[in-house]
Design a protein around this ligand. Structure first.
Ligand code: KIV
Ligand code: ZN
Length: 515
């Protein structure tokens, strides 16, 4: 018997800190349901003090998740902890995760606090959080650059105050595996009450070492890993959940703990859901969830796999959910089959009207594309939600003329707060013409930072999923659109991004000022 490794997913919190990756309440609930189907232990749903939207999202996730534990982040401040406690009231099992920085540079330059004050504030925060829940986690932010002696002092004090999990973040991704593993071992051995808490790690990927550092920590006694789907997260991201989980599962011969409680066949679905919602495409050669992760190109490899798959495969594609790419619905499927299938995917419609709207989109899609896959359905629901939320600007019609030797021209009609407006523009290509036509009307002043197209499934009739990243005044948003016509998908994505720019909501950043 080995210990269970607790998987703490922070896609909805740290993942959301990736520029442009912000998610709506409904999107967070859908991702949380996907994580719950995987049996992830803890879902960090957000930072409730950051904004009203974040508060509502954590509350909605807390109220819809029954199996996994739902966590809210709070700086070591009374107002943050009270807000997190309030957001988690409806949770079946809730956790407050509170933190304060402990590295010399953060204490001096950011907090402008003396070490004694930091210890005092950390203890006070944990005690207050315990008034809302028995399950309190404490993180000494920038632990990877903190003095080990000071870390021992802080950890002992917060465990005494009631923290049941102590999380060691490598906030800036500075550590390397052998040293980080050594730090965890050292802390567990030197903190006198370390047996009263689970030691956790939270590694950032600035040097590409987040997964390696997390696994080194597990080898040295950590029993919780904080990670995100597709490695999403602040700057270079966090440790990728799929890589941590599959490393521990595949190399069960060497790890002192297991992930047997997880349904790893949900990994690919979750990965696609997160990339569809955030617009962060997964690179084809990404471990586990990249499109090529299980594709054998070389003849020698193919020959070997045909003779015996273990010659070149250390895991089975179906164990992470790749085989689930099957036709699920078609042109003749009825409303009931549609509703039931989406329920299996974790999508509940808030009203009959919403179901009808999504069903009619499904029928339109099925007319253009005969085989409908789970990925198509996920994209369709994202689209339906986007339209329902972003009422201020909507695509009504688009006509593009593209001909050899001629400059492409786009005629577009959009509804702006209920009023239809049209414009015509030419451009370097049909997408450029469509974007120029939108801009000639909206004059948004945004800069296009990224434009990417991915096919949701294979085949020339596949839907194209487009991501558009716009920047205005240092604020970055991602917009998404999907359609079997990629020019229409592009216009939808641009409009979706503009809606986000217009509805700009200020959110506090967790690593911002602490006092
Ligand atoms: O990276 C970090 O230090 C964090 C903490 C809030 C745990 O995200
Ligand atoms: Zn982080």
């Amino acid at each position: 018997m080995t210990d269970k490794l607790i998987i703490f997913d922070t896609t909805l919190r740290d993942g959301e800190q990736s520029p442009g990756a912000s998610m709506t309440r409904e999107e967070k609930v859908r991702i949380a349901r996907g994580l719950e189907r995987m049996h992830v232990d803890v879902i960090e749903a957000g930072f409730p003090i950051a904004s009203q939207g974040d508060f509502e999202a954590v509350k909605a996730v807390a109220e819809s998740i029954t199996e996994s534990r739902v966590c809210g982040l709070a700086r070591a401040l009374d107002k943050d902890i009270e807000r997190a406690g309030e957001a988690l009231k409806g949770a079946n099992a809730g956790r407050i995760h509170t933190f304060i920085a402990t590295s010399p540079i953060h204490m001096k330059m950011k907090l402008r606090m003396e070490p004694d004050q930091v210890v005092e504030q950390a203890v006070r925060a944990v005690k207050l959080a315990r008034q809302f829940t028995d399950d309190v986690e404490f993180s000494p932010e920038d632990a990877g650059r903190s003095e080990p002696d000071f870390l021992c002092r802080v950890l002992e004090a917060v465990i005494d105050a009631g923290a049941r999990t102590v999380n060691i973040p490598d906030t800036v991704g500075y550590n390397v595996p052998q040293q980080f593993g050594g730090l965890i071992l050292d802390l567990i051995q030197r903190v006198p009450n370390s047996d009263k808490a689970v030691f956790s790690v939270h590694c950032h990927n600035d040097l590409g070492l987040a997964v390696a550092n997390s696994l080194a920590a597990v080898m040295n006694g950590a029993r919780q890993v904080e990670c995100t789907i597709n490695g999403l997260g602040e700057r270079a991201g966090n440790a990728a959940l799929e890589e941590v989980v599959m490393a521990v599962k595949t190399r069960r011969d060497i790890f002192p703990c297991n992930v047997d409680h997880l349904d790893t066949t949900q990994i690919v679905t979750c990965s696609k859901l997160v990339s569809g919602i955030t617009g962060f495409a997964v690179q084809p050669n990404k471990a586990i969830v990249g499109a090529n992760a299980f594709a054998h190109e070389s003849g020698i490899h193919q020959d070997g796999v045909l003779k015996s798959r273990e010659t070149y495969e250390i895991m089975r594609a179906e164990d992470v959910g790749w085989s689930t790419n099957r036709m699920v619905l078609g042109k003749h499927s009825g409303r009931n089959a549609f509703k039931t299938h989406l329920k299996e995917l974790g999508v509940d419609f808030a009203s009959e009207a919403e179901l009808n709207e999504a069903f009619s989109r499904f029928k339109d899609l099925a007319d253009k594309k005969h085989e409908i896959y789970d990925e198509d359905l996920q994209a369709l629901v994202t689209e339906t939600n986007l339209e329902a939320e972003n009422e201020s600007l909507q695509l009504v019609a688009l006509r593009v003329c593209s001909e050899t030797g001629e400059t492409p021209v786009a005629d577009i009609t959009v509804r702006v707060q209920g009023e239809e407006r049209s414009a015509t523009a030419d451009g370097g290509g049909p997408v450029d013409a469509a974007f120029r036509a939108i801009e000639s009307m909206m004059q948004s002043g945004c800069t296009l930072q990224l434009y990417s197209v991915n096919n949701i499934t294979s085949g020339t009739d596949a839907q194209g999923e487009v991501t558009v990243r716009l920047e205005k005044g240092g604020h970055v948003v991602n917009g998404q659109g999907a359609d079997t016509d990629i020019v229409i998908a592009s216009a939808k994505a641009y409009i979706n991004a503009l809606n986000k720019v217009f509805a700009r909501v200020e959110r506090a950043h967790p690593q911002g000022s602490q006092v």
